[in-house]
Design a protein around this ligand. Structure first.
Ligand code: PLP
Length: 388
């Protein structure tokens, strides 16, 4: 029997010797928790983003939660976000004691539509939480002008958008807060991990305090060899700090962030050429004056056009040993939100349709040219045997 082709794992990260050695060095030093490597990763990330106030945390979910608390939002305040996102964006709003409100997306960009945001504003609205979906920047001019008019905070969910830029500004530095993820499938990884960027220094100080039990700023000095420091608990905080073990990976991943981006851009362009003549919808081209993060390459499979449904297409890809993703079934498809907020998918028709048609192709920089060619052939063979 011949060995089957290795499965193409969706979103598989590249892990090189540098980060392996750095993790081992942390182990050998005995310093596993928050320490000098976290400080270095924060400095390096701040330099990459051109930001002054950054804090590493243990996930983007934590970053979003702390940002909303540090923004001074109060229980009952409403936060408007997109229905086409990972559940964490909405759960973080709920955990912060706030009320999530959805505004439908633009069907071409798949990002939150500022007109829909405007339509959902009430006297309780205090913030907008845009997600730069797939790495494509949101219409930040539109959102900023709404925020200015209604005095709303903007918390950017940049989980897909480390490299993303909008009219010369880097994603995460446009709003009041920017929240990043280094989860294993993201553009750079630390295993689990996240980062907060804050425009205001005092906001970042509150994020840091809340990330470590609500202990006074000096508590972070416990993570040095300066000797014992008393600390004071000022608020009831959380345990959201990043470990040196995680930062050890991130430091080396960040050095390759641009090389990985280049590789994903090449794969993206190859897919565009490969799939252009098929009866499916390809992702919209990046907009002028922006930089796309190329985090996800999403095809839309419309059964009326292709003769095959999205879920059957997912199965056919998996059978060919290609890992695919769905980003995302729209938020109102999930029972918890239906039961708690009474949301219905067809109240957000663009997110509903895209959530039911979308398939994310493998886009990891780990893919070889041969893998990409194999994906091309698989998509053609699945759609050809059905459409012709
Ligand atoms: C991955 C992701 C998150 C959560 O990131 P974690 O680091 O896993 O907490 C939040 N929002 C979006 C859009 C994501 O894709």
């Amino acid at each position: 029997m011949t060995n089957p082709r290795p499965f193409i794992i969706f979103g598989s990260p590249i892990i090189e010797d540098d980060e392996i050695r750095e993790v081992v060095a942390s182990m050998e030093s005995g310093w596993l928790g928050t320490g000098p490597k976290v400080a270095r990763f924060e400095q390096d990330f701040a330099a990459y983003k051109g930001a002054s106030h950054v804090a590493a945390v243990n996930s983007c979910t934590a970053a979003l939660h702390l940002s909303m608390l540090a923004a001074g939002l109060q229980p009952g305040d409403e936060v408007i976000t997109t229905p086409l996102t990972f559940c964490a964006s909405v759960n973080a709003i709920i955990h912060a004691g706030l009320t999530p409100v959805l505004a439908d997306i633009d069907p071409v960009t798949m990002n939150i539509d500022p007109n829909q945001v405007e339509a959902r504003i009430t006297p309780h609205t205090q913030a907008i939480l845009p997600v730069h979906f797939a790495g494509r920047p949101c219409d930040m001019d539109g959102l900023r002008s709404i925020a200015k008019q209604h005095q709303l905070k903007i918390i950017e969910d940049c989980a897909h958008a480390i490299e993303t830029e909008y009219k010369g500004q880097k994603a995460g530095t446009i709003g009041d807060f920017g929240c990043f993820s280094f989860y294993v499938t993201k553009n750079i990884i630390t295993g689990e991990g996240g980062m907060v960027l804050a425009r205001q220094e005092e906001d970042l100080a509150r994020v840091k305090m809340l990330a470590l039990h609500g202990m006074s700023k000096d508590a972070w000095k416990r993570f040095s060899d300066d000797g014992y420091k008393h600390y004071q608990v000022i608020e009831c905080g959380f345990k959201y700090n990043m470990m040196d073990l995680q930062a050890a990976i991130g430091i080396h991943q960040l050095r390759r962030v641009e090389a990985y981006w280049q590789r994903r851009q090449t794969i993206w362009q190859t897919y565009n050429q490969a799939f252009g003549d098929l009866p499916i919808t390809l992702p919209a081209d990046p907009e002028p004056e922006t930089r796309h993060g190329y985090h996800l390459y999403t095809l839309l499979i419309d059964e009326a056009q292709t003769g095959i449904g999205r879920d059957a297409f997912l199965d056919a890809m998996t059978q060919r040993r290609i890992g695919v993703g769905v980003h995302y079934l729209s938020i109102p498809e999930h029972p918890y939100y239906q039961q708690t907020f009474g949301w219905r998918p067809d109240d957000y028709p663009h997110a509903m349709r895209i959530g039911r048609q979308t398939v994310s192709m493998p886009l990891s920089p780990k893919l070889s040219d041969e893998d990409v060619e194999y994906v091309r052939e698989a998509v053609h063979s699945i759609l050809r045997c059905i459409c012709t």
